[in-house]
Design a protein around this ligand. Structure first.
Ligand code: ADP
Ligand code: MG
Length: 389
């Protein structure tokens, strides 16, 4: 990949002297969905697919962005003198937002830069290509401008800040954290209320992680995401009148059941129930993994799906078809929706010798039921973002 990037960079910007090359992964969340903005736990891991970037400082104040995935945008030109989101910039608003966020946090760049990227994460499918691109930009800026006092967690937080405030997506911290802090063969058990984290080796013995992209994205996704956040905020405000809590993640399922009568709206009961139970499931799932109990881990993934489908109501027909098919397929240890919802991907744990059948049989049934092909990725857990040789 590096050669392709170098070639493109030279073609666009003359030569490759003084360039640096970086990689930033995508991520998949194994369990703990819609808990990251509720002060709960999440359990994501970085993938070996991701976004590659090559960059070099310029002498003037221009910033150039080029994506080899989106040639039609050509070279997008922005300037350090006008760091504002512009529709015409398209995808480049993600990296530009990170430059803006660096400035907001006091890391002012003196000159601009040229940057070329290429990625192999399906975009808009819940594997966090946006966070990958933001964290990629963060590590590039630290590398090019010799910024040494920002940790990888700081870079994750800056990425989230830019996605929230420059790109208008109210995402939690999970995605950028996983992308920045990933570790080969490990998932990250992260408490999103304290940012305390722990690596847990994902020892699946004779099984693999298989991601299936439904290739649907319902337009509901952004508005519903913001609705869910509001519902959780409302539920928390009401529950605070009964319990001494800061977040929904502070409640156990038993405590929630004791206090849930303060929620007058049955919809809020369902939303809060998911946030509380999913957090507890995540804690239990990590304990199961540590105890080598993959079967229990899989059961908890299945329960997570049911809760997201019935209580949080963020699944959709196509995703439920994929998960139902997976549940009926031999050798599947667990399967659930992953990511924000309303389309995107499922994540499954599948025994090695069942993977080929999983892909062929679910592929055929999905096409027959939905009318288009799903995409399958048998993935490995990789490192977080950084410079590559
Ligand atoms: P997700 O993060 O789930 O993949 P988002 O909608 O949050 O979905 O982010 C996808 C967007 O990120 C794309 O529409 C594009 O603007 C940007 N993006 C991600 N990867 C690339 C890439 N390789 N080249 C250009 N833009 C990209
Ligand atoms: Mg995203």
């Amino acid at each position: 990949m590096k050669e392709k990037l170098l070639k493109k960079f030279a073609e666009l910007f003359g030569n490759t002297e003084g360039t640096k090359v970086y990689f930033s992964p995508g991520r998949v969340n194994l369990i703990g969905e819609h808990t990251d903005y509720n002060g709960g736990h999440v359990f994501p891991c970085a993938l070996t697919i991701g976004t590659y970037g090559i960059a070099r400082k310029r002498a003037d104040r221009k910033i150039h962005f080029y994506s080899m995935n989106l040639d039609r945008f050509g070279v997008v030109e922005a300037s350090l003198d006008e760091l504002a989101n512009q529709e015409a910039y398209g995808w480049a608003n993600y990296p530009l937002g990170v430059v803006w966020a660096f400035h907001e946090k006091g890391y002012t760049l003196d000159t601009g830069f040229d940057m070329v990227i290429w990625g192999n994460i399906p975009n808009g499918s819940g594997l966090s290509s946006s966070a990958s691109l933001e964290v990629l930009t963060g590590v590039i800026l630290c590398g090019l401008y010799h910024i040494t006092d920002l940790s990888m967690v700081d870079i994750a937080l800056i990425g989230q800040y830019s996605e929230n405030n420059f790109n208008g997506c109210n995402c939690g911290i999970m995605d950028q954290f996983a992308v920045a802090m990933g570790k080969k063969d490990n998932a990250i058990f992260l408490d999103t209320s304290t940012l305390h984290y722990e690596y847990a080796p994902v020892k699946l013995k004779n099984a693999r992680i298989v991601i299936v992209n439904s290739k649907v994205k319902h337009s509901l996704v952004d508005s519903a995401y913001n609705d869910r956040r509001q519902e959780c905020t409302d539920a928390l405000a009401a529950l605070k009148t009964a319990a001494d809590i800061e977040t929904l993640g502070d409640l156990t399922v038993e405590e929630f059941e004791k206090h849930q009568h303060v929620l007058k709206d049955p919809v809020l009961v369902k939303r809060a129930k998911h946030a509380v139970a999913e957090n507890q499931r995540t804690i239990e799932a990590v304990a199961a993994l540590k105890a080598d109990d993959i079967t229990r881990f899989g059961e908890l993934m299945n329960q997570s799906h049911i809760s997201l489908r019935d209580d949080y109501e963020v699944s959709c027909e196509e995703i439920d078809i994929l998960v139902d098919l997976a549940w009926k397929t031999p050798g599947v240890i667990g399967s659930r929706i992953t990511g924000g919802g309303f389309g995107g991907c499922t994540v499954s744990i599948v025994e090695n010798d069942a993977v080929d059948h999983f892909i062929s049989s679910i592929g055929a049934s999905y096409k027959e039921k939905v009318g288009h092909e799903a995409e399958f990725y048998t993935v490995d857990i990789g490192e977080g973002a950084g410079e590559i040789d």
